[in-house]
Design a protein around this ligand. Structure first.
Ligand code: NAP
Length: 251
């Protein structure tokens, strides 16, 4: 029986993996939550929307006769990753997570580490300044308690509802971005402070490098805890795992 893969996507790493799978003629489906209006086109069939929790995902794995589950979601997509672990156990389907290392501070970085979004909101309880808020559309409302700042928002899609702070500018764009471009952006908007998740990877790093070059502080939201699971750090490692992982379905 040939492998029938399910890739939980929504990242550049997932897209790279799907490309590699398609090039090798492997069969599978990539899944999106449906958060962005125009997801990047994938070289594999795709489905959109939640599964209905871990039990729903387990049902999907069985119904669709999935042989391998690959969690290539963003490191901050913790609910999906927890569900993947539980569903893989329930359905007895092998799981691997394609992960990326967090960024680490270098000489010249001025990072103020915070544990989560709520603590980042608290860190912005300070006199008004110009903030580049790079936390994604879903978390904008969390920052309502600090309406004194002027916020620069760079989003993949325009916000569905107006952000809960009166002074803001929205730039609709999708990465990867360049350090030079982000430095110019910060200078043009007189940015004083950046708020960022520690996403890791290359695509979103430009703002961190630009902040270092300009000597700007970054409120860095540390990685949430991830469940214990088998992990791979690269696309070739995932391909090798697929080749060497047999399942109850006889692959
Ligand atoms: N969080 C970030 O900062 C971030 C950044 C860039 C991209 N993304 C991508 O955006 C998506 C959503 O992220 P999130 O942080 O909102 O996730 P989350 O909080 O961990 O997930 C919430 C729920 O959304 C559904 N879901 C999430 N990812 C899915 C996927 N790939 N396919 C189908 N359903 C999915 C699941 O619903 P059910 O329980 O109903 O199955 C999940 O329980 C992920 O695919 C992630 O890779 C997230």
């Amino acid at each position: 029986m040939t492998p029938n893969l399910l890739i939980l996507g929504g990242t550049t790493e997932a897209t790279a993996l799907c490309r590699a799978l398609a090039e090798r003629g492997l069969t599978g489906t990539v899944s999106f939550a449906g958060r962005v209006d125009r997801p990047v086109r994938q070289p594999l069939p795709q489905r959109v929307g939640g599964f209905g929790g871990a039990k729903g995902l387990a049902r999907y794995l069985k119904t669709e006769r999935i042989t391998h589950l690959i969690d290539a979601t963003h490191p901050f997509a913790t609910q999906m990753s927890r569900n993947a672990v539980e569903a893989a156990n329930l359905a007895s389907v092998p799981l691997i997570a394609l992960t990326r290392a967090p960024w680490t501070a270098q000489d010249g970085d001025d990072w103020r580490h915070v544990a989560d979004i709520a603590t980042a909101v608290t860190a912005l309880d300070r006199p008004a300044c110009n903030v580049m808020l790079a936390v994604g559309r879903m978390h904008l409302t969390d920052f309502a308690p600090n309406p004194q700042h002027r916020y620069l928002l760079r989003l993949v899609d325009p916000p569905k509802t107006p952000p809960p702070f009166p002074r803001h500018e929205v730039i609709v764009d999708r990465g990867p971005f360049s350090e030079d471009g982000d430095r110019r952006l910060m200078e043009t908007h007189g940015i004083d402070l950046i708020v960022s998740k520690n996403s890791g990877g290359a695509g979103a790093y430009a703002k961190i490098a630009a902040a270092r070059a300009l000597g700007l502080p970054v409120v860095m939201i540390d990685r949430p805890a991830t469940p214990v699971r088998h992990e791979a750090a690269s696309v070739p490692d995932v391909l090798e795992w697929i080749a060497h992982t047999r399942t109850d379905l006889g692959v």
